[in-house]
Each structure stands twice: as C-alpha cells, then as structure tokens.
Design a protein around this ligand. Structure first.
Ligand SMILES: [Zn+2]
Length: 117
C-alpha cells in the first residue's frame, strides 16, 4: 500500500473512496468507510504527501494524542532509560529535513509497534 495512504489510515483520516460512498435513502452521499456524509468533490480526495511535508505527520500525531510518545521513540537510544527519558519536544532535525518519508515511516512503525496493528 502507498505509504501516505497507510499513514492516513492509521491516524484514521478518510479520503472517502468512491467504492465506499453510496446514497442514503434521502439521496445524501454517505461514506461507509468513515461513517460521514460527504460532498461529491470530497470523494476520492487526495491523500496528503506526508513525505514532502513532515510537519503534517506531527500535526496528525498530535491530533490523535500520540505526539509525545512518538517523539520519545525518535530520541530513544539503547542507552536511554525509558523511565527517565526526558521529553523536551525536540525532534531530531534529520527527520524534518528528510523529504523521502523518514518521519512518516517512523510514525507508521511506531503505531504498528505500539498498537500491534
Ligand atoms: Zn470516508
């Protein structure tokens, strides 16, 4: 699966795939994937490119309440004591400057490991 789509799914963003959208009895478009009513122009909407803008990854992780725990995994080293690791909100710059999806892929890995999904 496309990594941007995989990330979007894991943070529960829906792009309302056409195959999931149908008309309800009142002729309103309904997305069975996320359970929302949608407008025609929202069907098959584009998934953001989380590789080219790593800030989008951070915003979504914050929205789902996992930003702090995620950042801790970025600064964690084998020498770190997980009980005392100091969260200071700083993200290693390599994740922000990289435009091939390093931060997105780290977030996917984090969610796979922490959620077992
Ligand atoms: Zn949807």
């Amino acid at each position: 699966m496309d990594k941007n789509r995989e990330f979007a799914e894991r943070v529960r963003l829906c792009w309302h795939p056409a195959k999931s959208v149908s008309l309800d009895p009142n002729d309103r478009l309904f997305c069975g994937k996320c359970g929302q009513y949608v407008h025609q122009e929202q069907i098959d909407s584009a998934v953001p490119d989380y590789a080219s803008d790593p800030r989008l990854v951070l915003r979504e992780m914050e929205r789902i309440g996992k930003l702090e725990a995620f950042i801790v995994t970025l600064i964690y080293t084998p020498e770190s004591n997980p009980e005392t690791i100091d969260y200071d909100g700083l993200i290693p710059v390599e994740y922000i400057l990289n435009l091939t999806g390093k931060l997105r892929d780290a977030a996917i890995k984090f969610m796979k490991e922490k959620e077992g999904t």
